[in-house]
Ligand binder design. Structure first.
Ligand code: DC
Length: 219
């Protein structure tokens, strides 16, 4: 089991996908799961607050990962979960225990079989605490904003760099400052700074670490 944590825009998703492919592992995008819950909350018009209404809604919600696709109550929402609105709402919802308590067992269940790359905030501590390899992928704020901008441009949006950097800084503050599952470097994690590195370079570094750890645990 491999986990990849890190702040928004450090390139976790792309790197995790590539690493999983290279190793023939299953990719578990935990952020996508939370985004699907957020889309459900948005659709129901509920505020991101703990209460009986949210509990009831979550009880009637199923999220499945089918390869790269995300299913919400059986409906493919892979594209719909990638809007800024959903990003913002997800960041708020993931501060609520009831939401994390719904998603964490799902992640652990998917990870239990092994041969998985678990990607997202807190995967090194909560989702996959027993992972053999834990990575924390970091990058400078501007580097992350540039990467996020390219992603948004690929989806036809044209935001300014300042706008994207502000959004990233706001989410960082939210994600680092919160009480529940804040963004931290998990104990025992290997920190990789992706600033100025290509996906291939980061994946190469990761594969070296994975092989080193595989060798040391086998001998
Ligand atoms: O990685 P992402 O942008 O898809 O994540 C969306 C939000 O969910 C982001 O604010 C971080 C949060 N998140 C979390 O709290 N725990 C996870 N395991 C994954 C994501």
């Amino acid at each position: 089991m491999i986990t990849i944590d890190g702040p928004a825009g450090a390139g976790k998703s792309t790197v995790a996908r590539e690493l999983a492919k290279r190793l023939g592992f299953r990719l578990v995008d935990t952020g996508a799961m939370y985004r699907a819950f957020a889309l459900r909350v948005k659709g129901a018009g509920l505020p991101p607050k703990t209460g009986p209404e949210l509990n009831a809604l979550l009880d009637q919600t199923t999220v499945e990962l089918r390869g790269e696709r995300v299913l919400l109550n059986g409906r493919d929402v892979s594209e719909a979960i990638r809007t800024s609105d959903v990003s913002e709402l997800t960041s708020r919802l993931t501060t609520l225990r009831v939401v994390r308590d719904k998603a964490t067992p799902l992640q652990r269940q998917l990870a239990a079989a092994g041969g998985v790359v678990l990607e997202g905030r807190d995967t090194g501590s909560m989702g996959g605490p027993s992972a053999e390899v834990k990575f924390y992928l970091d990058a400078s704020e501007t580097g992350r904003a540039r990467r996020r901008m390219r992603e948004l441009e690929e989806r036809g949006r044209r935001p300014s760099l300042a706008e994207v950097r502000d959004e990233i800084a706001r989410r960082d503050r939210q994600d680092r400052g919160r009480k529940l599952a804040p963004l931290v470097v998990p104990t025992g994690a290997i920190v990789i700074d992706s600033t100025g590195k290509s996906v291939a370079q980061v994946v190469k570094l990761m594969l070296t670490e994975v092989r080193r750890i595989q060798c040391s645990t086998r001998s």
